[in-house]
Unconditional design. Structure first.
Length: 102
């Protein structure tokens, strides 16, 4: 499962930090939608994200990703830049996929 926020951040970073063409970005977006369930960030997601920011010291953008994961029933959220091992709402844990000790 991917949140539209994850797609936004991925494409934005690829365009800023690499020489990836718009054609390749479009192909990547299509591939995300073909391979994964993509969850839209909607009003209820924004409203859930707000208290998460205060309770867990999440950034605005990360709180949207976390809220999407909770709403989708995910138990594990893979992120290299959020706090690994953080348990959120007794239903979700953050795991760094690049941490070989995990």
């Amino acid at each position: 499962m991917l949140s539209t926020q994850v797609i936004n951040e991925t494409c934005s970073n690829l365009l800023k930090k690499t020489a990836l063409s718009e054609e390749r970005v479009r192909a990547l977006v299509k591939a995300f939608y073909e391979k994964y369930i993509v969850v839209d960030v909607e009003q209820h997601t924004f409203l859930l994200a707000s208290p998460l920011r205060g309770s867990y010291s999440l950034s605005y953008w990360d709180s949207l990703i976390v809220a999407s994961a909770i709403e989708s029933g995910c138990e594990v959220l893979y992120s290299e830049d959020m706090q690994p091992g953080l348990h959120i709402e007794d239903s979700l844990v953050i795991v760094n996929p690049f941490d070989v000790a995990s």
